[in-house]
Design a protein around this ligand. Structure first.
Ligand code: ATR
Length: 280
C-alpha cells in the first residue's frame, strides 16, 4: 500500500490528487495520495517529523516549501542539486531523497506532443522566456535531454545569466533581453514561455508579441490558468503549433510516480480529461 502525500500551502484546489489517483488505478497498485497542508513555517518541522514516523513512501512538495525541504533530506539527485528546489521526495529504504520532476516533465510533455523533436534534439533551436525557478528546471532538463541550442530571454539579464551558468554540457546558450528575443524570434523552432505573465486574472497580458515567428514553430506556455493564454492564442494566429501548460503538470506527475513506484504509467486520455476539469 503506497502512502503518498502532497505538502504545501494552499493546496486544497490542487489537481495532483486526481492525477495520482488515476495513476494508481492504471498501474493496479494499491495506494493513497493525500493532501497534507502545512499552513505555517513554524509547524513545518513537526509536520515533517510526522511524515517520517508514518514512513510514507514519498511525497510531492510545492509552494512555499520547495527549498525549505532540502535541509530535511538525506540526499539530492545531482540535477536537483543544480536546480536548487525539490518537488518530489522518495523514501528509499528509510533515506529521503529529493528530486525535481518539473523540468523533465516539461520536456516529456513537449516531446510527447511532438515526437519528431526526439530525432533532432541537437539541432532544434529553443528559446526559454523567463528566468525564475521554473525556467531553471526546464533549461537544465533540455540540456540533460541532449538539446544543444537553448537560449534564455528575460527582463532581468542577471537572472538569465545565472541560469546559463548551469550549463556543463557544451550546449550553446545566448542570454537575451526581451527586445532582442523579439527581434530574433523567427530563428527559433521551439519557444517556451515560463513567466507568470498572462496568468489569471491578467489574461490580456503577453510577454512579447509573436507576429514574426516562423510558420510551424512550436510555442508553449507553462501557464495553465487560463488554459489558453493570450500568448498561445497569438501563437496559433501566426501559424504555430501550441503546447498547453497543463500537459507539463501531467508529465511532472508521471515522472514523480515513476520515482515512487518504478512504473511508467500511461497518460493516454488524461490531458483531455485534465483540460475538462480546468475548464470546469
Ligand atoms: P517561478 O519560480 O514560478 O518560475 P519566479 O521565480 O517568480 O517564478 O520568476 C518569474 C519570472 O517571470 C522571471 O523571469 C521574471 O522576470 P525578472 O527576472 O525580470 O523578474 C518574469 N516576470 C514576471 N513578471 C514579469 C513582467 N511583468 N514582465 C516581464 N517578466 C516578468
Amino acid at each position: 500500500m503506497y502512502q503518498l502525500r502532497l505538502i504545501g500551502y494552499p493546496i486544497k484546489h490542487s489537481l495532483s490528487p486526481w492525477i495520482h489517483e488515476q495513476f494508481l488505478e492504471r498501474s493496479h497498485l494499491k495506494g493513497i495520495y493525500k493532501i497534507h497542508e502545512i499552513p505555517s513555517d513554524e509547524s513545518f518541522t513537526d509536520h515533517i517529523n510526522q511524515l517520517k514516523l508514518e514512513q510514507v513512501n514519498g511525497f510531492n512538495i510545492t509552494v512555499p516549501y520547495k527549498v525549505k525541504i532540502m535541509s530535511y533530506l538525506d540526499r539530492l539527485d545531482p540535477e536537483t542539486e543544480r536546480i536548487g528546489a525539490v518537488n518530489t521526495v522518495v523514501n528509499h529504504n528509510g533515506q529521503w531523497v529529493g528530486y525535481n520532476t518539473d523540468g523533465i516533465g516539461y520536456v516529456r510533455s513537449l516531446e510527447s506532443e511532438h515526437p519528431s523533436l526526439k530525432n533532432n534534439r541537437s539541432n532544434t533551436r529553443v528559446m526559454i522566456i523567463g528566468a525564475g525557478g521554473a525556467a531553471r528546471g526546464i533549461y537544465d532538463a533540455f540540456l540533460q535531454s541532449g538539446y544543444r541550442l537553448v537560449d534564455i530571454a528575460n527582463r532581468t539579464r542577471e537572472s538569465a545569466d545565472a541560469i546559463a551558468q548551469l550549463n556543463q554540457t557544451g550546449a550553446k546558450t545566448n542570454v537575451k533581453s526581451l527586445q532582442d528575443a523579439l527581434n530574433t524570434i523567427s530563428h527559433y523552432d521551439v519557444i517556451v514561455q515560463t513567466t507568470s505573465v498572462g496568468m489569471r486574472p491578467h489574461v490580456d497580458e503577453i510577454i512579447i508579441p509573436l507576429q514574426e515567428i516562423k510558420e510551424g514553430t512550436i510555442v508553449s506556455d507553462i501557464v495553465y490558468q487560463p488554459l489558453e493564454t493570450k500568448f498561445l492564442k497569438e501563437a496559433k494566429k501566426y501559424g504555430a503549433r501550441v503546447v498547453h501548460g497543463h500537459t507539463m503538470l501531467l508529465y511532472q506527475a508521471q515522472y514523480a510516480f515513476e520515482l515512487w513506484t518504478g512504473q511508467e504509467v500511461s497518460t493516454a486520455g488524461m490531458a483531455d480529461a485534465l483540460k475538462n476539469i480546468l475548464e470546469g
